[in-house]
Design a protein around this ligand. Structure first.
Ligand SMILES: *Cc1c(COP(=O)(O)O)cnc(C)c1O
Length: 369
């Protein structure tokens, strides 16, 4: 099977990716770094999707992704307005299911296909579940999504439309995750977790490759990204490192992560120079980033610090206005995404200088809510 690409735990023990093992005895799996390359002349002739960077993705054969791609990736990168040409918006809300999660889900489900998986379990409060459900439909896999019973009818409808079976769990987002893990263990199914399965991050890293290509094979000074579990942020960081190791760039942008004021465990840890620990979710409109106890929180904190970046928090009272302002410029995004812009607006003078090229991720569609 996919013995070419190994997992490692935090002590660097190696593991062959397996249908059923979703974490080591202690800690988390990561993908063991492998050689990536960026052959520009070939890349430029390929279709406009994230698969154009296939020499930097963990597949030896095209067959696993060629049958299931929905053309995800290569989303537009446009300037915010004419007076601020250096502030660029990466429009990941135009993905097939309306969020950046399609980057990770496409790669993860292609890997599941390669491993011979026929049935998957995942947990989600919305966008990840939708994305996993869509790619499972493409791959003809059974899909079970565990959600908190508070999940909006609209998001449930989107998941169901792709043929996934929904399992409503009473209580918090964490309760839904625990129920999914229990079912994975009891039923010996593949856990298509965007948090635990590191192949998901092999998909989200293509965010970095695309902005590099779209900026004329250069990276910006700063990227501004939302952080809940950190699947986009850690993916972007891996992508920047791939580009640097392949000598396609000599710099890594400063990463600014955005959390919600009412639920900001990683911001708190960085401020106090401590390890990340669970906080209480005090409630926020930015539901998509309200993760009280992020499993990879310390990885996020280390990544951000190593780029000279920081985590800032979105002012709760600024989210509605940010959503309105974005819409008035033509960008129709969900509140979680508006929070990224609200935080940037509040802190821009302390996190950037005037001439910086800044890329902000707009990664959740306003049509969803
Ligand atoms: C999932 C999601 C986030 C948060 O991503 P994490 O992986 O939890 O950091 C932010 N915005 C949108 C639109 C999302 O779907």
């Amino acid at each position: 099977m996919s013995v070419d690409y190994l997992f490692i735990d935090e002590s660097l023990n190696e593991y062959t990716p397996d249908k059923h093992q979703w974490r080591p005895k202690s800690g988390l799996f990561n993908v063991k770094p492998y050689k990536t390359s960026f052959p520009l002349e070939k890349i430029k002739t390929r279709s406009a999707s994230l698969w154009r960077y296939k020499e930097a993705l963990p597949f030896r054969k095209d067959e696993y992704f060629s049958s299931l791609t929905l053309g995800e990736g290569m989303t537009p990168l446009v300037s915010f307005n004419s007076t601020e040409p250096n502030l660029l918006m990466k429009m990941d809300y135009l993905m097939p299911t309306g969020s950046f999660k399609d980057r990770g889900a496409a790669v993860l489900i292609a890997k599941a296909l390669e491993l011979g998986v026929t049935s998957v379990i995942a947990d989600s409060s919305g966008n990840a579940g939708t994305s996993i459900a869509a790619y499972c439909a493409r791959a003809n896999m059974n899909c079970h999504i565990y959600v908190p019973d508070s999940t909006s009818q609209k998001k449930l409808g989107q998941i169901e439309a792709h043929g996934a079976q929904i399992h409503k769990v009473s209580g918090s987002r964490e309760a839904a995750a625990l129920a999914a893990m229990k079912a994975v263990e009891a039923e010996h199914k593949f856990y298509a977790s965007h948090v635990y399965n590191p192949f998901f991050y092999e998909g989200t890293k293509t965010f970095a490759f695309e902005i590099w290509e779209q900026l004329g094979f250069q990276l910006p000074d700063t990227v501004v990204l939302p952080v809940g579990n950190g699947t986009l942020l850690l993916g972007a960081f891996i992508g920047f490192k791939n580009l640097k190791e392949a000598e396609a760039t000599d710099k890594i942008p400063k990463i600014i992560g955005v959390q919600a004021e009412g639920c900001a465990p990683i911001a708190k840890a960085i401020r106090n120079n401590l390890n990340v620990s669970a906080v209480k979710n005090k409630g926020t409109q930015a539901e998509g980033i309200a993760i009280a106890d992020p499993a990879r929180g310390n990885q996020v904190s280390a990544a951000v610090k190593s780029t000279g970046g920081n985590i800032v928090t979105a002012p709760e009272e600024g989210i509605d206005a940010a959503q309105k302002e974005l819409a008035q410029r033509g960008f129709f995004v969900e509140p979680t995404t508006a929070a990224t812009y609200a935080a940037f607006n509040k802190y821009r003078d302390s996190i950037t200088t005037v001439d910086d090229v800044v890329v902000m991720s707009l990664c959740g569609s306003g049509l969803k809510k």
